[in-house]
Design a protein around this ligand. Structure first.
Ligand code: ZN
Ligand code: ZN
Length: 421
């Protein structure tokens, strides 16, 4: 059998502009499932402009009524930390996020294009970074709730920006690094096939059937064993495994993440015990947090250490009462194409799909049976966590074993040495 290294992906011979066009088409049709007459709201780094233009064209061809893009720029973000008054970091543009929520309520779809410099804020005062983030989380909560409840069709894709590419390929000249990062993004996004829209349909169906199998099992907990990890994660009562595409409450099928390799569900906020170690660095608010080791008792992190970024980690866990508890548990085989690339992307969209992960903070109500109809108290009673944050970090590797624990306490192997049994 030919190894991956000896088979050149067919599309790399195509120009980057042609490949971006395919990516944009996949984002609009497979990612968003954009409907004629829908508005589309895009957020993107300024450096993603060529991709945004391709997406915008495909959105209008699909019948979009209006495409609006909000750009972010690293330099202007840093200008705030350099020159803004200290007292202003508790402030966020609430009016803007209210407007975004209004757009969703009136039927707009949402595309996020990630690509920020993963270390952008690493040299900034952690107190300011944390305050700005809390203010942003509060301001964006109404809009974010519509997203996490899947009220609308939404998707996240990525663009290779110079700052991000330099972080992933240090030592390369900027142009070469950007080219390599685009190759990695497009390969991980399964675009190197003759019909990527059909390939995504098939891959999404495979993830959905994996989730359906796990849902039949009704496990009460997952048991993780690996280097530095001996962890039991109780699953929420009435938890629901999801994976691949989902049908939003507006009736439109969408793929919230491109790429996606995970099946995931809601853990019980009070039933997590033991120790767990990260297997990849976490990029959080512009700081790399490396070699995280935490101990859970009664569902809560009671000890947390990191080789770098300890202070940022502690602030993150102290954001609010739910920030030190789990909101998501996800299984990803070690052989996923992203993991096989061997790259550390320092971007959650890619790194979380390279490895089994857990998330601190907010749970997805969609990962509970009839979750969209449950009240806040009912969600809490089922064990779903609530927080201003949702931060995924990677705990999977080729040395991780995971068992499902049945209601009767019997253990069944799910992953061995990082692969599905
Ligand atoms: Zn996840
Ligand atoms: Zn997550």
């Amino acid at each position: 059998m030919a190894s991956l290294a000896t088979v050149a992906p067919p599309s790399t011979s195509a120009s980057l502009s042609d490949r971006l066009d395919v990516y944009a088409r996949v984002a609009v049709h497979s990612g968003l499932g954009l409907r004629a007459g829908q508005e589309l709201l895009i957020t993107a780094p300024l450096d993603a402009l060529p991709l945004v233009r391709r997406v915008t064209e495909h959105a209008y061809r699909a019948g979009a009524s209006l495409v609006t893009t909000m750009y972010a720029d690293d330099e202007t973000t840093l200008a705030r930390y350099r020159f803004a008054p200290d007292g202003s970091f508790d402030h966020a543009a609430t009016w803007l996020h209210d407007g975004i929520a209004t757009a969703y309520r009136s039927g707009a779809a949402r595309l996020g294009i990630t690509g920020a410099d993963p270390a952008l804020l690493s040299g900034q005062n952690p107190d300011r970074v944390s305050r700005a983030n809390v203010a942003l989380s509060k301001a964006s909560r109404p809009a974010l709730e519509l997203i996490t409840r899947h009220e609308i069709n939404w998707s996240i894709i990525a663009a290779a920006t110079p700052a991000w590419a330099r972080a992933v390929f240090p030592g390369e000249a900027e142009e070469a690094a950007v080219g390599k990062l685009w190759d990695a993004i497009l390969a991980a996004s399964r675009l190197d096939t003759p019909d990527p829209v059909a390939a995504w349909k098939q891959h999404s169906a495979a993830l959905q059937s994996r989730a359906a199998l796990l849902n039949e099992k009704r496990y009460s907990a997952l048991r993780y064993s690996g280097p530095g990890t001996e962890l039991e994660v109780g699953l929420a009562d009435g938890h629901l495994w999801l994976g691949g595409g989902t049908t939003a409450l507006n009736g439109i099928p969408c793929l919230p993440n491109i790429p996606t390799e995970e099946v995931f569900t809601t853990p019980h906020r009070e039933r997590v015990e033991g120790t767990v170690r990260s297997t990849k660095p976490l990029s959080y608010q512009g700081t790399l947090i490396e070699e995280i080791a935490v101990r859970f008792a009664g569902g809560r992190v009671v000890e947390a250490r990191a080789k770098t970024g300890q202070e940022v980690l502690e602030r993150m866990l102290g954001t609010d009462e739910g920030a030190a508890r789990l909101g998501e548990v996800a299984l990803v085989p070690h052989s996923s194409p992203i993991s096989a690339s061997g790259l550390l992307f320092s971007n959650t969209l890619f790194d979380e799909n390279a490895a089994c992960h857990i998330a601190m903070g907010q749970a997805y109500s969609t990962c509970l049976q009839h979750g969209d109809t449950l009240s806040g108290e009912q969600l809490e009673a089922a064990g779903a966590n609530e927080s201003l944050i949702h931060v995924d970090w990677m705990i999977g590797s080729g040395a991780l074993d995971v068992d499902g624990v049945t209601a009767a306490g019997k253990r069944e192997p799910l992953l061995r040495a990082g692969e599905w049994v």
